[in-house]
Design a protein around this ligand. Structure first.
Ligand code: ADP
Ligand code: MG
Length: 474
């Protein structure tokens, strides 16, 4: 007696169940129903295009073997894909199974897809007909308060271009990378906010990679993978922060790979941030990395002093506070590798002054920042340099500040000035003033002399080297 499609599919499921983890079976096979059996062609119905892609990519071998076992060598599988659940009679499309994986097919064969508009998702505000999504953006991160400097010029202007024309530039994806606290999140969110300002109807979503991974795990648990994927695939702009956190999470990378392809092919904008350049990201699948390199990767570097001062000023202005210039400069001078710490230092300075009802002056700033600076880089003072040099040459400490022109004192003084120039952030003027009220041209001359002697006098080079070594040990 001929078997029905349901019976054949049931036998297939039995085999499949024995060959894959229970959770995967539940997610990918339970939602499938058998539709018809036409000769040796079995047609199954899957809930979405994404489902079809996933099955073809991950289970095509197993499916093929199983179907052949049930229907003989000529046995074939076809998919019926529910494309739009919301219309009365579900629009479906048929797709034969092939062994090439979904990606090859996806590129060679344009499929008429109407995204399922009936998406159940926690971000969607219910009761509205049009699909609206809370973009999860922080309104405080804007281009307006993102200070431009050499450190971020490329990334900032690329971001600005993307914001004006999401999906319409060659910067797709736009990958922003750089160290901790250098402004990746701020810039990525600024792009999102700017898009919403220019094009309020665009569906924009900001999500950290970590949160995305968590949502994926949850949707696996709750059997809502389809909703999860449909939601992201319906976006016009996706901003994913900290993609280095994908490392080692292969399943989530797979899902994101599909979402990425879908969005990119439909001309939607993808914005990514990461703590490393794509080529240096470890633990990410090659095919995902290669896509990350498609558009533009722009790095954020440590801002220079002027930019740091401008960032502090902007922040003070926004918070309605005032600090003496010398304090702002001191903070910007000394905290030089991380904008978040820079702001943090200012905030604790303020807190301190409010608590103790003391005005913030340079002394208070110095006292306060000791803790910060210890953690970042230790400050070497001119006093300390002077002490080391004088000890090394066995000359009295106060002599270098005196007007004397004795040879060994002049030498100690010049080396002290040279080291102060290279190891502290003091200006030439400050250095000159410190070493006995001399002017900046004296310091320039001293530095020049020391450099020349290092080049020509081996012994002298040895002295300077020794002292530098001692300095570094502090
Ligand atoms: P990341 O995501 O790279 O770790 P964030 O974007 O969180 O860094 O930035 C840390 C802090 O520094 C934020 O408060 C941000 O507003 C501020 N910041 C960074 N770069 C700039 C900039 N160019 N202009 C103004 N503020 C900045
Ligand atoms: Mg960040």
């Amino acid at each position: 007696m001929e078997k029905t499609c349901t019976e054949v599919w049931k036998s297939c499921l039995q085999i499949i169940k024995d060959n894959i983890p229970g959770q995967s079976f539940k997610t990918w096979f339970e939602p499938i129903s058998a539709l018809k059996l036409d000769g040796n062609v079995l047609t199954i119905q899957v809930p979405s295009l994404f489902f079809y892609e996933w099955l073809e990519e991950h289970y095509v071998g197993l499916l093929r073997k199983t179907v052949k076992k049930q229907l003989g060598e000529e046995g074939r599988l076809e998919y019926n894909i529910v494309v739009d659940k919301s219309s009365k009679s579900p629009y479906t499309t048929n797709m034969p199974s092939n062994g090439n994986g979904a990606e090859a097919k996806f590129q060679s064969m344009p499929i008429p897809v109407s995204i399922n508009k009936d998406i159940r998702n926690p971000f969607i505000i219910p009761g509205l007909k049009k699909l609206t999504v809370d973009p999860q953006l922080n309104p405080n991160y804007t281009f307006d308060n993102y200070i431009e400097g050499d450190c971020n010029r490329l990334a900032r202007s690329a971001g600005y271009a993307v914001a004006a024309k999401p999906g319409g530039t060659s910067f797709n994806p736009l990958m922003i990378y750089g160290g901790v606290g250098l402004g990746k999140t701020h810039l990525a969110q600024a792009i999102g906010n700017e898009i919403k300002r220019n094009l309020p109807d665009k569906l924009v979503i900001y999500v950290s990679c970590e949160k995305f991974c968590q949502q994926f795990v949850d949707s696996l648990k709750n059997n809502t993978i389809n909703d999860f994927v449909n939601f992201y695939q319906a976006m016009d702009v996706i901003i994913m922060d900290d993609v280095h956190n994908f490392a080692g999470k292969e399943k989530t990378q797979d899902i994101f790979f599909h979402i990425f392809n879908h969005l990119h092919q439909s001309g939607k904008q993808v914005i990514l941030s990461s703590d490393k350049a794509p080529k240096d990201l470890a633990g990410l699948e090659e095919r995902l990395l290669s896509r990350f390199k498609w558009g533009l990767s722009a790095d954020l570097q440590i801002p220079d002093l002027e930019t740091r001062i401008a960032i502090l000023r902007k922040k003070m202005y926004a918070d309605g506070i005032e600090l003496p210039n010398e304090v702002v400069e001191y903070v910007a001078h000394n905290i030089d590798n991380n904008v978040r710490e820079l702001e943090g230092a200012m905030v604790s300075l303020l807190a301190h002054s409010t608590l103790n009802k003391k005005d913030i002056d340079l002394n208070l700033a110095k006292q306060m920042l000791k803790n910060f600076i210890k953690n970042t880089s230790k400050e070497i003072s001119m006093e300390y340099i002077q002490k080391l040099v004088c000890e090394y040459f066995e000359v009295p400490v106060d002599m270098v500040k005196s007007p004397t022109r004795k040879r060994e004192i002049v030498q100690a003084r010049q080396i002290s000035m040279y080291l102060s120039k290279s190891h502290t952030k003091s200006s030439l003027k400050t250095i000159g003033a410190f070493f006995g009220g001399r002017d900046h041209s004296t310091v320039i001359y001293a530095c020049q002399t020391v450099e020349d002697l290092i080049d020509t006098d081996k012994n002298f080079k040895g002295y300077v080297h020794d002292i530098q070594k001692k300095l570094k040990m502090t």
